[in-house]
Design a protein around this ligand. Structure first.
Ligand code: PLP
Length: 405
């Protein structure tokens, strides 16, 4: 049996793989702490549940228009006006099964084989794989100064005559960094000057801390929605803690939306009408749910930073948003895959190797869970790695003694 070489070359999603490893360990009764997962623990907002449930009880669950149900599009138009200060038409919006599918549709719509897509490191692990799936070439820009923010000159150097698009994700998964406004303004100017599509993956744009507000990406362009190269991608997964509902959307020029709609029509037909109804409920219901989630995550961020500061050898950059941080663990092991496996085996803590995000020597820690998960998880990591920490620890009701340092 022979498979497509391209398909075989696509890496497994590291976070989904780790979720599975954690699930299997939990099933065996092991007290695993999951600092790998990118989803908040809250229940879906009541407005989303009621809206989805009332659609379900009609029993009338059929295909929806390929680009999304009109009432959800209306809610996205309102969202865009409130959060991006842009009035767009329904024809500028496509709804898909998660921001992930939106991104895939975009890459498929924009890239011919061998076209280049510029990605800024650290990056979300799915970008390069999705670009490879449509036979494009990911071009990674890694900040030369070892920080998580590339300089505009470094980005410009990565642009060639084959560059078709660039992706910016700020607040950033995996570092939690929010790019300075001046950098985003420079990137928008660069892309529009060179005719490159700029995909703003804004999935975390309202999960920001310390009174920060991420400006609308459209603030940096004078072009209208039909002629700008800026495309905004968003969804309900992270903002409302509705990861399993799988609804995301893009705001883009009409022609591009039309092409993406054709792609979606030939692949999934449409996002589930039931889940679109739930998403509409989330967007139209009380928005205080977003603020309470944000506050809880900001508190977790503070706890994580406190814990990491007392972790000898670990260098942590304070996240301005998201629910991730990407501390530097090179003092303990320069190989992040080895280190993550060691921590899972010895301390039953799931972390994600920084290598998966283009930052070897770092580990991505998620603080989307409870404060207890975060504090217990980091103290287990200290126990496993730091010779100055006490060499005995209770994990669950079992006492473990460290005998390897
Ligand atoms: N973009 C980034 C940066 C993400 O971290 C994620 C999910 O982890 C997504 C997009 C996908 O979002 P969705 O769950 O809506 O597909």
């Amino acid at each position: 049996m022979s498979y497509s070489q391209l398909a075989v070359s696509i890496a497994e999603s590291p976070t989904l793989r780790l979720n599975e490893a954690a699930r299997l360990l939990r099933e065996r009764g092991e007290p695993v702490i999951h600092l790998g997962i990118g989803e908040p623990k809250n229940k879906a907002p009541i407005a989303a549940i009621l809206s989805g449930a009332s659609r379900l009880t009609t029993g009338d669950i059929k295909y929806s228009p390929t680009d999304g149900i009109p009432s959800l599009k209306k809610a996205v138009i309102r969202y865009t006006e409130e959060n991006y200060d842009r009035i767009v038409a329904p024809e500028n919006i496509i709804v898909s099964s998660g921001a992930k599918q939106v991104l895939f549709n975009l890459f498929y719509a924009l890239l011919d084989p061998q076209d280049e897509a510029v990605i800024l490191a650290p990056f979300w692990a799915s970008y390069p794989e999705m670009i490879k799936m449509v036979r494009g070439v990911p071009v990674i820009v890694t900040p030369e100064d070892g920080s998580f923010i590339p300089r505009l000159q470094e980005i410009e150097r990565a642009v060639s005559s084959s560059t078709k698009l660039m992706i910016v994700n700020s607040p950033n998964n995996p570092s939690g960094i929010v790019y300075p406004d001046a950098l985003v303004a420079g990137i928008v100017e660069l892309c529009e000057r060179k005719g490159i599509y700029l995909i703003m993956d804004d999935i975390y744009h309202r999960l920001v801390f310390d009174g920060l507000k991420v400006p609308s990406c459209y603030r940096f362009t004078t072009k209208d929605i039909e002629s700008t190269k800026v495309i905004a991608v968003n969804g309900i997964a992270k903002l409302y803690g509705m990861t399993g509902f799988r609804i995301g959307w893009a705001v883009a020029p009409r022609k591009l939306v039309e092409i993406m709609t054709n792609i979606q029509g030939q692949t999934t037909s449409c996002a589930s009408v039931l889940l679109q109804a739930a998403a509409e409920g989330a967007l139209s219901g009380l928005q205080s749910v977003v603020e309470s989630l944000r506050l809880q995550i900001e508190n977790n961020r503070n706890v994580v930073m406190n814990e990491l500061q007392s972790f000898r050898g670990v260098k942590a950059t304070k996240p301005g948003g998201t629910f991730y941080c990407l501390p530097d663990f090179r003092a303990y092991n320069r190989n992040s895959t080895e280190l993550a496996e060691f921590l899972l085996r010895k301390a039953l803590v799931v972390t994600v190797p920084g290598k998966e995000f283009g930052m070897e020597g770092h580990l991505r820690l998620s603080y989307a869970g409870t404060v207890k998960d975060v504090t217990d998880g980091i103290s287990r990591m200290k126990w496993a790695l730091d010779p100055d920490s006490p060499n005995e620890i209770y994990i669950g009701d079992r006492k473990y003694v460290r005998d390897w340092l």
